[in-house]
Design a binder for this molecule. Structure first.
Ligand SMILES: Cc1cc2nc3c(=O)[nH]c(=O)nc-3n(C[C@H](O)[C@H](O)[C@H](O)COP(=O)(O)OP(=O)(O)OC[C@H]3O[C@@H](n4cnc5c(N)ncnc54)[C@H](O)[C@@H]3O)c2cc1C
Length: 357
């Protein structure tokens, strides 16, 4: 017999967890099915000697992202300002760079104390332990009986529900989940045309004992044409027990795939050396996360998409199958599409829709 629940949420990233948190507050019977062996989705921390470093999203803007501001307060978390004091560097060609005293592009950006992972841990603590099923990859959904077939540790498992909420990017569920009956070509094209924000990026964190760039009156912020790191920022945690430079790799996913990872790291270190000097070679730890290689975040369509922030559709349908299948997730938020705030915005909308239908 399949396991039955009133509401099943597919995906335990920020959007799925926040949807579950809101539905649990109104006494709904919910279960979250999550493919990975961890919650958080694109939110992920790397740790060095207990200090957290954001390998996924780092920045929040609580001054205009009111849901995120509220959640941070509800979970008793704090934010701190992105470190931007000091000059920026602009590297035009290899070994040819200039110092700028200009305004940083992140002077109004904030970070969550303890890393964005704190949002995930905070939400998880509010949920009943039994409501999250890890290592459970949803493979197919049938309208008849609202039946979900999933794989848990190589075994098939089945669930039924009164309502199902998808809290994952449309490109992912369109590619990996079979719907019976199939959706129309118009809907399939809409989902395939909705890029998963930042899913093709590769982030590298260089951890240090000392903030040598600050000692040179540099903010750590760098924009580079030759790369391989195209953007670099100060990624130090708030407690400053350790310090970090956090960087985005400028090579695209295909170029990275064709390159040995040790060679990539080696050329990133060479770039840091020409920008900041020999002291930059004293890394305590290096964390690398290439999101384009992660099957639960990125699809082939994303790998071939432009990297600019997309315009997400304002009026796309988010309810299907006679108000039994609903869409949440950052990529279906009309106002803050792609962002953490969008993950919460879409969840709030879905909770209101589920309750009223
Ligand atoms: C490198 C990087 C930097 C970013 N920087 C910022 C930033 O500074 N500020 C900002 O606001 N946003 C940023 N973002 C975007 C932010 O991470 C997302 O908006 C947010 O995390 C989306 O949350 P979500 O829950 O909607 O989706 P996800 O986090 O993608 O969660 C979807 C969940 O569904 C699960 N799943 C997938 N397939 C299945 C399946 N078949 N069955 C079951 N479960 C499945 C996944 O494992 C995942 O846990 C960044 C993202 C990345 C990758």
């Amino acid at each position: 017999m399949p396991e039955h629940h009133n509401i099943i949420i597919v995906g335990a990233g920020l959007s799925g967890l926040y949807t579950a948190y809101k539905l649990q507050q109104i006494e709904q019977d919910i279960v979250l099915l999550e493919a990975r062996d961890r919650t958080g989705g694109r939110i992920l921390s790397g740790f060095c000697m207990g200090s957290p470093f954001d390998l996924g999203p780092a920045w929040v803007w609580p001054q205009m992202q009111l849901r995120l501001d509220q959640l941070i307060s509800d979970l008793n978390l704090d934010v701190f300002k992105q470190h931007t004091q000091g000059d920026m560097l602009f590297e035009q060609h290899v070994s040819q760079f200039e110092r700028y005293r200009g305004q940083s592009s992140h002077s109004e950006s904030y970070r969550v104390s303890g890393g964005n992972q704190m949002l995930i841990e905070g939400l998880e603590k509010q949920l009943r332990v039994s409501s999250i099923r890890l290592n459970t990859t949803v493979k197919s959904i049938a309208k008849s009986g609202l039946r979900i077939e999933a794989v848990h540790k190589e075994k098939s498992v089945a669930y039924t529900a009164n309502k199902i909420i998808f809290a994952l990017p449309p490109r992912l569920f369109q590619k990996n989940i079979t719907f019976t009956p199939a959706f129309s070509e118009t809907i399939v094209q809409l989902w395939e045309g909705t890029p998963t924000w930042m899913s093709t990026h590769c982030k590298i964190i260089f951890v240090y004992e000392q903030p040598f760039w600050r000692e040179q009156n540099l903010s750590g912020e760098v924009f580079s044409h030759p790369g391989p790191l195209s953007e670099i920022y100060d990624g130090s945690p708030q407690d400053e027990k350790l310090y970090a430079l956090t960087a985005f790799v400028g090579l695209n996913a295909q170029q990275r795939n064709n390159m040995d990872q040790n060679r990539l790291i080696h050329s990133c270190l060479a770039q840091l050396q020409r920008l900041f000097g020999d002291v930059s070679q004293n890394t305590l730890d290096i964390h690398i996360k290439d999101w384009s290689c992660d099957e639960f975040s990125c699809t082939d369509l994303d790998v071939n998409s432009p990297v600019q922030h997309p315009q997400y559709p304002q009026h796309a349908p988010r309810k299907f199958w006679g108000n039994k299948l609903f869409l949440a997730g950052a990529e279906v938020a009309p106002e803050y599409g792609g962002y953490l705030e969008g993950a919460l915005e879409s969840a709030d909308r879905v909770v209101a829709a589920v309750v009223s239908n």
